[in-house]
Design a protein around this ligand. Sequence first.
Ligand code: AOF
Ligand code: ZN
Length: 357
Amino acid sequence: MQMPRVRCLIRWLTSMSNASIDAQFLFRAVALAEAYVGRTAPNPPVGAVCVRDGVILGEGAHQRAGTPHAEVHCLSQCPDDLSGATLYVTLEPCSTAGRTPPCCDLILKRRPARVVIGCLDPNPRHAGGAIPRLEAAGIQVCVATGEAAAACQALIAPFAKAITTGLPYVRVKLAMTLDGYLADRTQTSRWVTGAQAREWVQHQRLRADAIMVGAGTARIDHPSLQPHLPNAPLKVRVLMDRHTPIAPADRDAQTLVATEDLGYDGAHLEPALRALCQRGINEVFCEGGGQLAAALLEQHLVDELILIYAPKVLGDPHAVRGLPILPRLLAQGMTFTTINRISLGEDTALCLRPTQV
Ligand code: AOF
Ligand code: ZN
């Protein structure tokens, strides 16, 4: 007979190794979902993997709103008999019908022995609903913890913000010289960052649902704002105009002009962002200019500030400043937590989260 302490140790080691196996398959499910980030709004990206005895029976990801959920793709690849199998899903399976039938019903029909959920669905229609239903049918349910859970939460951060607050997740990017200039005095910005940083920005555009710029930036740069990557979906282009009229050349079917389409009054950005969220946009990637970035910061609407620094000094006070003076912040300033530092050839991206005050 085993000594109680040994039994305890064996149980602990088994649970540890089960946890790391669960984490490994959840990370696989996250990777499947990652391929569709920026394509699923207003839905979240979700991945699912079904496994028995370490063998993957089926895999899937949610690809586009209105089409089948990750679990449906995954379970359609699996054999009929799922006894002893574990279904890993990055997000709690939906429990009521939306545009598609509830995944819970499908899981109850297919009956895997276990369901491992990466994170709960922040959508109040589903939050926590799946667990009692699955458990009542004798399916074991585990909710992930640790790094795998954090990866699943990070995957749906824009969706979570949009569904709980009605505001999109906002990432603001500014590419600057070391002395904080976006462009030289002729307003030419093309020379600031190198090829690797510019390529990285294309991938950031791809992750977002809408790309936003100030009308001044649009007038000077005429940016297409589309991700220049193979098979990239077209993004909504948002021009935050104030006094500058938008030239016909800067409008196309993908473009929203904020004063006309989003009820923007030229000063208060939150209602315009809410209007974007109502149009199904979960994440906005703002590419400047400095005035718009500053206004978003001052109005506490930024979730991530990405500063890409090129190893250059311009030294010209008449050049275009990255962050102009922020009168509304002068009294208390603003602090940030660094969430990532990325080397992009010669350049460096700092990803910052404003500290909540
Ligand atoms: C899942 N698996 O792959 C996704 C889920 O309108 P519907 O039917 O597409 O439902 C959308 C909601 O379902 C969405 O707001 C979110 O709560 C959840 N997304 N759930 O079980 C999935 N994408
Ligand atoms: Zn579902």
